[in-house]
Every structure is written in C-alpha cells, then in structure tokens.
Design a protein around this ligand. Structure first.
Ligand SMILES: Cc1ncc(COP(=O)(O)O)c(C=O)c1O
Length: 422
C-alpha cells in the first residue's frame, strides 16, 4: 500500500481523498480499486522484518523516521481497514482512525481502553439504547459509573452540575450524542470542550470528550474542529450507507487512538476485510448520498410540520432563528441530515396505525441507508430505557423516527401523506 499521509494530503478535500488516499495501484497489479485482502496473515520478507514489525506493533520500539507499521495479521490490521481508517481520519481531520466490527464494538472498546474502576462518565441523554445499556448495566459492575443529563442547549451547565456532585478527579469522560438519537436535540460541543478544560484546571484531570457523530458526520458535522477528542460512529448507518453491513469507527489523536488500538487487537473487535472493502466503496459516495438524503428530508420535515395529525417535529432543518438550538446548529453543523423525529397526536395507538400504513418507507430499525426507514423508538431501539425516563427526554409513545433515503421525493411525499391520512 502506498502510505501517503503527508500534510499536503490535507490540502485536498475529503471527497477527493476518499477516492485515492492510502492506496497505490502499483502495489496491486495496477488495479484502480483496492482488491479485497481476504487473508488472515501476511508473509514477511525475512525473519528480521517480522521481528521489526512485531517490535513496532507491540510498542517495544518507536518508529524510525517515516516508518509505517508493517502488516502482520488481520486482527492487528489489514490493508482494506487501513485505507478506510486513513480516509476516515481525513474526513474528520484527526490523526488516526480505527474501524470496528460494529458501532457498539467501537464504543465499548473505547470505554474499556480509556476507563478504569472509580472513573465516571458524564453523558447526555437520550442516547442510543445499546450505549445506554453499556453505561447503565455493563460498565457499573466493572466500577465505571455514569450520570446522564438531558441533552440540549443547557447540557454543558447540567454536565457541570453533575461533575460537581462526582468525587474530585473521577470524571474521565464527557460523552455526547449530538444530534441525540432519537430526539435530534443538539448539544454544543465547544461548550462541553470548555467544561473539560475547566475540570482539568480544578482537578488536574482532563476528561476525554467523545462525540457520537453517527447522525450528521462526517459530512455535516466535524466534532474535532470544535475541540472534541474522539469522534465515534456506527458505520452501519450513513458511512456504510446501504444497510448491508455492520461496522463502527473511532477517530482521534494519536496517543488516545494508540491505547484504543491495543484493546481492539486483544479484544478482537475489528471488522473483517470484506467489510473494510465495502466501507471503502461506500465512503466514495458518502457526501453525495448524505446531501441528497438531506434534501429529501427537508421537504418531508416541512410537510410534517404543517400536518394536523402531527403535534411536534424534531429536525435541525426546521429550527428558526432566535431558538438557542438554531444557534448551536449554525455554529457546529453544515447541514440538517436526514433523520426526522415526529410526534403523532393520539399516542402509541395512533403511532402504530401510522407505522403500519407506510408502503415505501420500510418499518425497520437502523438508519442512514439508501432506503427510507421508520420505527417506533419507545418500543424498539430505545426499549431498554424505562418509559418514564424516555418520556422525560421527549421520547413519548407517539414519537416516530424516520430515516429518509434516496427514493424519488414525490413517492416519499405521497407515502407519508397516505400514512397520516386515516
Ligand atoms: C447513534 C448510534 N450510535 C451507536 C449505535 C450502535 O451501532 P451498531 O448498531 O453499528 O453497533 C447506533 C445504532 O443504531 C446508533 O444509532
């Protein structure tokens, strides 16, 4: 593989880098596209080369000037994953990317790598149900606890209050999901980064700021530009983009990523080479897909906002000037994305009636694929979270989450109109 990663690469836009960075056709018989490297292991040119590769991979020595890690074994790395990871780091303008077998593998490997007994996570809520379960049920028996505060305009203030209640120096991570799944509520990343600096000044320990960027990133939101340390994705969603794979990504600065990389190697939470190859293919069209999906979503969100059966629409594109959420949107997002949550009048019964009437939108969880999907967060993706807690976050029984795809807008519009007409 051609391992170009010089500062001049960063002069190109991510859309361009997604088609070339990290791959040299000369090394693969001139193949314009990277082949699938379906191999578990890699042959060394000599015993001495094998020794040197291992020394570097296991941190027994530092890299020589310009030396890049050699390929050893596909649990450590593989060209398909490396090329994809390099391109993701370029999208997020961070040092390094790591791919994972799922979004949950990315999140849990990160937590196990960076947190220790006695540490506390302060997180916004609502968050994806699987992340909620990890924080509330899997990490606490390991001595890692979590406090959740409501996402939104004053989230940094609420996180500050939660930090004041925690034992000094115990806050190890500030974890944000913005926009929040499923409510689309925005939290100001830069304010939370400022809080991390404040906590460092007070306690001598700077918590890691991690942002789940699945809903908008990397096309419409780059948390690293706001000062976040780690950017996390379920690549199953927009990055994969075709609802045909499960994967995750974390990007961030070298030192943090090196720690996470060791845990990925030992836990074996990497994706397989074919998934890496599919991710590479998908990354080439990410920008065009996300922008087109958002264009469709804007129109549907307008329709929903005007519909008599709908009591509330949560969509960043519908925010109006004067709303503090709009200020956050303008500061940190370059587009509204294609996830819409809306509340149907009449609670769960009415929501179920609407869900069952769609024909083009498919009734399925997940999001970010080329096809449009709808689901009922309270009884599906977020059913792990107690109902009263969800209600407090605005995830009411009447709430429907919609992921808008690439179908023709007129068909989507007609389908939505039909679903709401009963
Ligand atoms: C915001 C968000 N983060 C993380 C995940 C977990 O990702 P995966 O299903 O790829 O493990 C999801 C899944 O829906 C999600 O929506």
């Amino acid at each position: 593989m051609k391992r170009r990663h010089s500062s001049s690469d960063r002069d190109f836009n991510a859309e361009t880098l997604a088609l070339g960075l990290g791959y040299d056709p000369v090394r693969s018989e001139g193949s314009v596209k990277p082949p699938v490297f379906l191999t578990s292991t890699f042959q060394f040119a000599s015993a001495d080369e094998g020794r040197r590769f291992f020394e570097l991979a296991y941190g027994l020595r530092t890299a020589d000037q310009g030396e890049l890690p050699g390929l050893i074994y596909s649990r450590l790395n593989n060209p398909n994953l490396q090329i994809f990871e390099e391109r993701m780091a370029a999208w997020d303008r961070t040092d390094k990317g790591l791919s994972f077998a799922s979004g949950m593998a990315a999140i849990s490997t990160t937590m196990l790598a960076l947190l220790r007994p006695g540490d506390r996570i302060l997180s916004t809520a609502p968050i994806y149900g699987g992340t909620h379960y990890l924080f509330e049920s899997i990490l606490p028996p390991l001595g890692i606890t979590c406090s959740q505060v409501m996402a939104g305009t004053d989230a940094a203030t609420r996180l500050r209050e939660a930090a004041a209640m925690a034992s000094p120096g115990s806050v190890a991570m500030l974890y944000l999901e913005t926009p929040a799944n499923p409510s689309n509520v925005l939290t100001d990343i830069a304010e939370v980064v400022a809080l991390a600096a404040e906590l460092e000044a007070q306690t001598g320990r700077r918590p890691v700021v991690a942002v789940d960027n699945t809903f908008l990133g990397p096309v419409f939101q780059r948390p690293a530009a706001q000062g976040a340390d780690l950017v996390i994705y379920s690549a199953t969603k927009f990055i994969g983009g075709h609802s045909d794979l499960i994967a995750g990504v974390v990007t961030g600065p070298q030192a943090l990523m090196d720690s996470i990389s060791v845990y990925r190697t030992i836990l074996g939470t990497m994706p397989n080479p074919f998934t890496g190859w599919m991710l590479l293919r998908s990354l080439e069209t990410l920008s065009i897909r996300m922008r087109r999906q958002a264009k469709n979503a804007r129109k549907l969100a307008e329709l929903l906002a005007a519909h008599p059966r709908v009591s509330r629409v949560y969509y960043p594109g519908n925010l109006v000037e004067g709303d503090p959420q709009h200020s956050i949107f303008v500061r940190q997002c370059s587009g509204p994305g294609s996830l819409i949550a809306f509340e149907v009048k009449g609670g769960r019964e009415a929501a179920y009636t609407v869900l069952d009437r769609f024909e083009v939108f498919r009734l399925a969880v997940s999001l970010g694929g080329t096809e449009s999907l709808i689901e009922h967060p309270a009884t599906m993706t977020h059913s792990d979270v107690p109902g009263d807690v969800l209600d407090g976050y605005g995830v009411t029984p009447g709430l429907i989450r919609m992921s808008v795809g690439l179908e023709h807008l007129s068909d989507l519009r007609r389908d939505l109109d039909n679903a709401l007409s009963f």
